[in-house]
Design a protein around this ligand. Structure first.
Ligand code: PEP
Ligand code: MG
Length: 321
């Protein structure tokens, strides 16, 4: 009789009542893969594909990208990998791009807006991802900074066109990726039901979500005091997004820094989050935090947090937990 595994891999944390929470890794560069593996990540929940672009002196070709992406998927074996398409612009500007300087880069031609405007760059990347994942069971591709269902449909159409062309060219590729999106803009909250009918999965980028929800530059120290994940508007919006995704049976994760904030994890579990994607260095601490939580207590705590009508009120709930 084969021995049953007695220890849970670090990639799955369990609350005291046995509720499983998947822990996936956020990866920027290939050099971070060994740590993700060592920490037992259940997969890659967010691969920030812009980093190989940022560290090069010119745009990497489709083949160069293919070689990088191939290393990511082979390092993770059969564990799931989610590629986020280029999230350039805003803070992440390319030294070699001729993109015009913008007065408000965080509200400018960044992220999916950039790739929809430079379709050749978008297509090269999508082709490289699809080719690198050929023969793999699962592949997730997600689009950042989606602001309307129209954006999502446009991006998905480019992806579908790439698959058609690869097929016509007879090139090996993955032909059934799960197609997801980041939740980073307040506009998504109001249209979440429409998105839930379109996207296969969601990842909440709380770093940008807080920035745009509260209108506070996430990198500006002068307004750092206004950047409050514990703002009631942020908490209530997160609850709503998670509830609607759940009602449509669509997986949803947190992949922003709130996901490793042990003060916020009880709230996140309380509103139904069961998947966190985080910098692998935080996995042991997050695992330990979750192991000490009881899901019903988290639910009550989340209700209390959302009932609080001010930042100070929420902070009181956090201190009392
Ligand atoms: C986020 O916005 O929370 C996120 C995960 O994306 P990035 O930090 O790369 O903008
Ligand atoms: Mg973001």
């Amino acid at each position: 009789v084969a021995a049953r595994p007695t220890s849970m891999p670090a990639g799955t944390a369990r609350t005291t009542d046995g509720t499983a929470v998947d822990l996936l890794a956020n990866i920027n560069l290939l050099g971070e893969l060994p740590l993700a593996r060592r920490m037992g990540a259940a997969g890659i929940g967010l691969y920030r594909t812009e980093f190989p672009f940022l560290i090069r002196p010119s745009f990497p070709s489709e083949t160069e990208q293919y070689l990088v992406y191939r290393k990511v998927v082979s390092a993770m074996g059969d564990r799931p990998v989610v590629f986020r398409t280029l999230d350039l612009g805003g803070e992440k500007t390319l030294a070699y791009s001729d993109a015009a300087k913008e007065a408000n880069p965080e509200l400018g031609l960044r992220s999916i807006r950039f790739t929809l405007a430079y379709r050749d760059i978008f297509e090269q990347q999508l082709r490289a991802i699809l080719r690198a994942a050929a023969g793999r069971e699962s592949l997730g591709i997600m689009f950042p900074l989606i602001s309307s269902p129209d954006d999502f449909l446009r991006a998905r159409q480019v992806l579908n066109d790439c698959m058609d062309r690869l097929e016509a060219e007879g090139l090996d590729h993955h032909d059934h990726p799960a197609i997801g999106m980041m939740v980073e803009l307040p506009a998504v909250v109001e249209t979440m039901a429409e998105f839930a009918a379109l996207a296969d999965f969601f990842a909440i980028g709380t770093n940008d979500f807080v920035q745009y929800m509260l209108g506070v530059d996430r990198g500006n120290k002068r307004v750092a005091d206004y950047y409050r994940p514990e703002h009631p508007a942020v908490l209530r919006a997160l609850e709503r997004v998670v509830r609607i995704a759940g009602a449509h049976d669509k997986p949803i994760s947190i992949c922003g820094e709130m996901g490793h904030d042990t003060a916020m994890i009880p709230f996140l579990l309380g509103i139904g989050i069961r998947r966190l994607s985080l910098d692998p260095q935080f996995m042991p601490g997050v695992n330990q935090c979750i192991a000490g939580l009881e899901i019903n207590r988290c639910r009550n705590h989340a209700l209390e947090m959302m009932a609080a009508g001010s930042i100070a009120g929420v902070q009181k709930c956090l201190a009392g937990f």
